[in-house]
Design a binder for this molecule. Sequence first.
Ligand SMILES: [Zn+2]
Length: 359
Amino acid sequence: MQNRTLYLLTIQDTATTALPRKRVWIHARTHPNEVQGTWVTNQIIAQLLGTSQMARQLRSGCVFNILPMINPDGVELQRARENADNIDIESNWTAVPGEPEVQTLRAMFVNLMSLPNPIRIALNMHSAYGTDRYFVYHTATGTTAGYAAVEQRFINAVRSYFPGGIRPYDFFASWTSAPSQVYPESWFWKNCGESVLALTYEDMNDASAHAFDSTANAILRGIADELGISGSTNVPAGQERPATFALEQNFPNPFNPVTTIGFRSPGNGLLNPEPGTQNPGLDPRNPEPETRDQITGTLHVKLSVYDLLGREVAVLVDEPKEPGTYNVPFSAWGLSSGMYVYRLSAGRYAQTRTMLLVK
Ligand SMILES: [Zn+2]
């Protein structure tokens, strides 16, 4: 290693009171010769700092953490894919955990995921050898049907803002079975499950690469749609569709005796139920009525608290819920100090977390 500084940009409008802001993570330039991923990232930064309505709404509704160059040593040394230690830090999260770039990213992820507003979308910016722009998606067998559908929805949204510019969602698959933590995205999948939409974006790594501004704009509009930021779609407040199913860490934790548990329910449908199909005459922002009905369908949600012997000590939610974000208070009067487990189930989704009561 050569100890060059890693710079982290945080972009948000702290003058607004719309808290907590939805967190977006972007890092770029893992691979030194993939300069186009940096150029798209630079455009994302420039547009986020601009005066457009989209930029203003993204800055007030979101916080962007952007690490534009994770491998400056490799760039300075003109490596192709490696850092100063000749390690490809993209695909070696497990094999070389001691590399400073890997340690830095991991520490950032762990820290940001522990916040009350953890990362919702994480993008890993690259460029591949060719003349295509695409996202590296994850199959339902390698993740879950729900997660794959959210990836598809996000990619379709981005594509709708740059028609013809970005390949369909299923152009290039990453892991197709349960992964180890080889990539940043697989770290997110293994540690955070469906709560983080983590994707690699690949720009064109070719002399014909162009339209970095259009690409950046489409990505930002896709993020706005996915997070229910009204800049691009004018979705009324409170009616935005949630990114995905998620059970959040209770806050505060440890607690005594009251805490709050946040979760997101996905509702009973998906934006594009037919994978890969899109009617070219259809405005993707105004899907057909039956699709819209599915998006707003309720889903039965149950949120329970268990002690470490598996006994259900509280039922906090047990009813159909519209898609959306919910915060449920939990009061542990009458319970003794110790670790408790809380579990959220909704249709085919389920997630469990632990919390610590200290009296
Ligand atoms: Zn790459």
